[in-house]
Design a protein around this ligand. Sequence first.
Ligand SMILES: Nc1ncnc2c1ncn2[C@@H]1O[C@H](COP(=O)(O)OP(=O)(O)OP(=O)(O)O)[C@@H](O)[C@H]1O
Ligand SMILES: [Mg+2]
Length: 262
Amino acid sequence: MTAILKVCDVSKAFSGVHAVRGASFEVEQGSITGLIGPNGSGKSTTIDCISGFQRLDGGRVLLGDRDITGLRPAEIAKAGMIRTFQNVRVYDSYSLLDNLLVAEQAFRDLNWFDALARTPRYRKVREAAEDQARGLIELVGLTRLIDAPATVLSYGQKKLLAFAAAMMAKPRLIVLDEPVAGVNPSRVNEVADILREANATGISFLIVEHNVEFINSLCGKVIVLEQGRKLTEGTPALIRNDPRVLEAYLGIAPAEADAEAP
Ligand SMILES: Nc1ncnc2c1ncn2[C@@H]1O[C@H](COP(=O)(O)OP(=O)(O)OP(=O)(O)O)[C@@H](O)[C@H]1O
Ligand SMILES: [Mg+2]
C-alpha cells in the first residue's frame, strides 16, 4: 500500500495550549480514512497544520513523495490536497456556478489582459471550468439552484457546495472537516454516496467527523486522536470494540462506564 499522506510527529501549541502533540499517521492512496476523537482532541488543528492554514511547531507532512511542510494553502492545493472547513465557507452573494468558478486554479495562470480581452486562452479555460463546475453541481444534486445565490442554500447544501468547490481543483486528496455535522440525518446517506462516487474516480479522503455511523460506513481505516496524539487506529470494527476509545470519549475507564450504564 502506498501512502498519499504521511503526517510525521506534528505538533502545534497556542500560547501554552498543546493542541497537537506529536501526531503521526498515514492515509493510503485511494482510501477513505476517518479521523475521530473527542471535542478538543486536536482534529481541526491537525488538519489546519497539514493544509498550511496553521504553521507547525514541529514535524513533517508529505503528500505523496513531496515534502509540503510549511507550504502555503494555495501551494498545497496546487500540489493536490484540498480541505474544507468545520464552519462552512462559501461566497453567499455569488451564484453556485460562480462559487465553483472562483475555485478554478487555472484562472490564476492567466493574466489580466486575457481576462479583460476575453482572449481565446481565457475562453478555453472558462469553458472547461464551466463544464467541470456544472458536472460537480450535478454530482452534489444542486443543478436546479445553479444560478441562485449561495445564500438561499441550507447549511447542509452549503457543505455540499463547499465540497464541489474543493473538487474543482482536481485534487488527489480531499480533507473534510465534519462534512455531515448539522446536515439533516435523512440526507447523510446521500452525502456518503457522493463521497463514494468521488472516491471511485481515484480521489483519496481524510474525513473528520463525530457521526460514527457515517465514518463506519465509509472508512476502511479510522484514526483516533486523543489530546493531540494518535491513540490508536484500525478498521471501524476494531475501533468500535477498543476500550481505550470508549475511555477517551467518556473520559472515564470502561469498568466505570459499565457501572454507570442503566
Ligand atoms: N486558534 C486557537 N487558539 C487557541 N487555542 C486553540 C486554537 N485552535 C484550537 N485551540 C485549542 O486547541 C485544542 C484542539 O482544538 P481543535 O479545534 O483542534 O479540536 P477538535 O478535535 O477539532 O475539536 P471539535 O471536535 O470540537 O471540533 C482545544 O483545546 C482548542 O481550544
Ligand atoms: Mg474541530
